[in-house]
Design a binder for this molecule. Structure first.
Ligand code: ZN
Length: 358
């Protein structure tokens, strides 16, 4: 691909080609940051781990938490945002008073390494934060669509899905597919039957860094949904909650809420957000920074296809699917990548300003 002329000169350097490269870049940059630091590793296997680094005073009562790869394959985008921020801190090692940064790199390292949204147990971590002690949520729409979801012919699959969409409407269609399901472990948007690795890691991170009681600005970086190049701040706090008002104050009208129907995202079960909402109470807010790529039909095509292919286990088909997944969730286009970094820098600034005025 031709190198485009961009406002940010090192755009492509920030975006890793693989989990291994991103991991290496992350670890390598840390020693060059001239601020107090404490890093920690949460291994999944010998080769795969979630990494964290706390930058700033250990007792800081305001913390910006920046998370990548909740959906593994989206880690290329999240890691680029983290890399860009670390590079910025290397040249300008300054933070607002009483403030620390906590970077959570590769919350789902398996999915990042394998170019999948889900983890090694097929769990979509962003549907996994439900109460497993009570009956799991039901998604009758998903069950109705299962035949279409596993249809090996993409054209026919699309026709079947369209039929459902015409009959039930756009929102019901999106909820049926992507709202979360707890019945089909091979399928997409599967919330699991117990806490997944990333869920358990979040608990360990909350404990390890004693996050309870601190003011928190959490930004979870995602990609693949919404208009091409647009970074949407999705706020899943309920409109009556303190976190909702905080998000509106900090991020202004650029924050969109699924609960009020303004967002590209529909209301979903088991989001990572909900765990942080409980933790932060009225001290801060959680936003998903979602970077749009290709149309939603392409999103469903690549993700459904990926689940069909992994079910068959054909290595050549898996390789092709991984490439399609990477392009959907992190387009190679340098201009798209530049927009990601510009928007992320703005959001990080908004979050730090917001925390600073608490
Ligand atoms: Zn995502």
């Amino acid at each position: 691909m031709n190198k485009p002329t961009t406002l940010i000169t090192d755009v492509q350097d920030a975006f890793p080609n693989s989990y291994v490269q991103a991991h290496e870049q992350f670890i390598r940059l840390l020693p060059s940051i001239a601020l107090p630091r404490e890093s920690h590793s949460f291994p999944l296997t010998a080769a795969l781990s979630t990494e964290t680094v706390w930058i700033g005073p250990p007792e800081a009562d305001r913390v910006l938490v920046l998370i990548s790869a909740t959906h593994g394959v989206e880690g290329a985008v999240g890691a680029a945002v983290q890399h860009d921020f670390l590079a910025h801190l290397r040249t300008r090692p300054r933070l607002p008073p009483h403030t620390a940064i906590l970077l959570v790199f590769a919350l789902n390292p398996y999915g990042f390494a394998m170019s999948r949204r889900c983890d090694g147990d097929g769990i979509d971590l962003n549907r996994n934060f439900v109460d497993f002690k009570v009956p799991l949520p039901e998604n009758p729409g998903y069950l109705q669509l299962m035949e279409a979801i596993y249809c090996p012919d993409p054209e026919r699959r699309r026709r079947m899905l369209d039929e459902y969409r015409r009959e039930h409407g756009e929102e019901a269609y999106e909820i049926a597919i992507s709202g979360g399901q707890y019945a089909d472990p091979h399928g997409p948007f599967f919330g699991g039957t117990g806490p997944g690795h990333g869920n358990r890691t979040i608990e360990r991170i909350i404990d390890h860094y004693r996050l309870e009681g601190r003011h928190l600005a959490v930004v979870d970086v995602h990609s693949g949904l919404g208009p091409y190049g647009h970074g949407e701040l999705i706020c899943d706090h309920l409109p009556e909650d303190a976190g909702f008002k905080t998000a509106m104050q900090w991020y202004g009208p650029s924050a969109a809420a699924p609960a009020t129907g303004e967002s590209s995202s529909v209301r979903k079960e088991g989001l990572l957000d909900y765990r942080w909402h409980t933790l932060m109470q009225n001290r801060g807010c959680f936003v998903t920074l979602e970077f749009g790529t290709y149309p939603i039909q392409n999103l469903f095509d690549v993700v459904l296809n990926d689940h069909c292919i992994w079910k068959t286990g054909d290595p050549e088909a898996i390789r092709k699917s991984a490439a399609a997944m990477r392009e959907h969730f992190c387009p190679a286009d340098g201009y798209w990548r530049e927009l990601v970094l510009l928007k992320a820098r703005q959001v990080i600034r908004q979050a730090l300003n917001g925390l600073n005025h608490e």
